[in-house]
Design a protein around this ligand. Structure first.
Ligand SMILES: *Cc1c(COP(=O)(O)O)cnc(C)c1O
Length: 220
């Protein structure tokens, strides 16, 4: 199947309130352009340098999402154009994003990554930590960022009951934290679900899915 066919069949299955991030990591610009010509305007990359290269090579009406783990010293390379940073998992990183956004006279939208998987390898903060951060004085001073939601990645397993439990944990965390609204925090987005589990994620309340291989094919 072609990229545009994969994309169209995926989109035809999605409820209207669900935003699709096309995860294009490791794929060449020609593949992304095929998705672009089929109407896709939101792309997700997990390496900052790759995202910068693709941003420079591609049309400027694309929204670029950083979905990978972010190193503080690399935030400056994407600060002028990144549309949403999914994997924010500590206050120091929020401060650096704020600083770089200020340099570009922007407000950069972020999602807090919550650790829902049982694997040690997955990043993210505990729900209590997210709650503590968004209510802290230090956070309230960061006027060049806006926390607009939460992101989570489930455990890599075939056990869909476990995956469902993890997604429900993120949904409950979202519902709890949504009640905390400040000048730079208003939770609206739950980013959860990938190629193997996006249907379950949507059933559990996701409104943003990050899908790569089902659109672009397997990565080598
Ligand atoms: C690679 C990746 C995805 C997409 O994975 P697929 O299984 O190819 O759909 C989603 N989210 C994150 C954070 C990723 O790194």
């Amino acid at each position: 199947m072609s990229i545009s066919k994969n994309l169209n069949s995926l989109k035809s299955q999605l409820p209207e309130h669900v935003t699709l991030v096309a995860v294009s990591k490791t794929k060449p610009v020609s593949d992304l352009m095929e998705a672009y010509h089929a109407g896709q305007r939101i792309f997700g990359e997990n390496k900052i340098q790759d995202m910068v290269d693709k941003f420079e090579a591609m049309p400027k009406d694309i929204a670029w999402h950083m979905i990978g783990h972010v190193q503080r010293n690399k935030v400056k390379y994407m600060a002028s154009f990144v549309s949403l940073i999914h994997g924010v998992d500590n206050l120091k990183l929020l401060k650096e994003i704020n600083k770089q956004a200020k340099n570009h006279d922007r407000i950069i939208e972020c999602l807090l990554q919550i650790k829902i998987a049982s694997e040690d390898s997955k990043f993210g903060m505990a729900p209590e930590e997210a709650s503590r951060i968004i209510q802290s004085k230090e956070f309230s001073e960061l006027q060049h960022i806006k926390v607009v939601g939460l992101m989570g990645m489930s455990t890599f397993t075939d056990d869909m009951n476990q995956v469902k439990e993890e997604f429900m944990t993120l949904k409950h965390t979202f519902d709890n934290l949504k009640t905390i609204e400040t000048t730079n925090c208003k939770l609206e987005t739950i980013s959860m679900g990938m190629s193997g589990d996006y249907k379950l994620a949507i059933d559990c309340g996701s409104n943003m899915i990050r899908v790569g291989s089902s659109i672009f094919g397997a990565r080598s």
